[in-house]
Design a protein around this ligand. Structure first.
Ligand code: HPA
Length: 289
């Protein structure tokens, strides 16, 4: 192998957390929860300001991220950093209050690792949520948007490298967000009286928010919302055959679309303001799943 090839940027610099590490984490979690372990109907990740749903989990076992083998410690304000197992609407779920972002310095494969763990616990469905800036000009802070598709402008892919056992080498991305699950989100929303937008989520690395020029570029590229997460998780979920549903909470108008500067406190506050709607939506969705 040439010097150039062996030092290629595409090679994982450290061992990439994959299927075997996920199996170890899943076994630890099963042991921690104890017998009988109920297979989750889905795995849910809660975005910034949306962590309140974790308090609605019944018969909950809460495990700090720091205890889970292979997990780093979450540091960003607004992320409690807990894995919660229990029931929602009477159905077993595994839920993450907090996630690992690439802007924290994590590799894409680590950002997506919890999805592998949820899958190893038996969850067939991955439900992502996030805080996002509204790029579509009609979006208002507090809107909830079903993600119908995404743009990966993180320009990173957690699947680069050797194929993990059980992974698809070339995952089809023509329907990354399961159409039947999108439909189920709309059905759930009607039942609980929540209005849903639909759109394309654009993932950027962050941690800076966008410039107004970047937001205008994203608008022309077809983005409706912009955020700093979710995409690596969805890529892994599709590679391992999980069905994906995802919801963005529009916490602010993206940069340049309002007169206000952006700040993380606003993101958190808006998240909390729509928490009741978000919680009702996801609870009803899980009931229907
Ligand atoms: N841009 C990127 N990420 C975000 C934003 C935003 O405006 N709001 C919440 N997360």
């Amino acid at each position: 192998m040439s010097e150039l090839h062996s030092s290629s940027d595409l090679r994982p610099k450290t061992e990439r957390p994959g299927a075997s590490q996920a199996a170890v984490a899943a076994q630890f979690i099963r042991d921690h929860v104890g017998y009988p372990f109920q297979t989750p109907v889905c795995g849910i990740v809660l975005g910034s300001g949306l962590g309140g749903l974790a308090n609605h989990i019944e018969r909950a076992t809460r495990i700090p991220f720091s205890q889970v083998p292979g997990f780093p410690t979450a540091t960003v304000a607004g992320h409690a950093g807990q894995l919660v197992l229990g029931t929602l609407a009477g159905r077993p779920v595994v839920l993450m209050a907090g996630r690992f972002h690439m802007y924290e310095g994590h590799d894409a494969s680590l950002a997506a690792f919890p999805v592998r763990v949820m899958h190893a616990l038996g969850a067939p469905v991955y439900v992502a949520s996030n805080a996002a800036g509204g790029v579509r000009r009609t979006f208002r802070p507090g809107d909830l948007m079903v993600i119908a598709d995404h743009l990966n402008l993180m320009f990173r892919n957690p699947l680069i490298g050797a194929v993990e056992t059980g992974d698809e080498r070339f995952p089809d991305m023509s329907d990354p967000y399961d159409p039947a699950l999108q439909h189920l989100l709309h059905t759930a929303a009607r039942t609980v009286g929540v209005t849903l937008q639909v759109g394309v989520y654009c993932g950027l690395l962050g941690p800076t928010y966008e410039t107004p020029a970047e937001v205008r570029m994203l608008e022309r590229l077809g983005a409706d919302a912009v955020g700093m997460s979710t995409v690596p998780e969805v890529l892994v979920a599709r590679a391992i055959g999980m069905r994906v549903a995802a919801v963005s909470c529009i916490t602010n108008k993206a940069a340049g679309l309002s007169l206000e500067p952006l700040n993380h406190a606003e993101v958190m506050e808006t998240g909390k303001a729509v928490a009741a709607d978000f919680e009702a939506l996801i609870t009803q969705f899980v009931r229907l799943l």
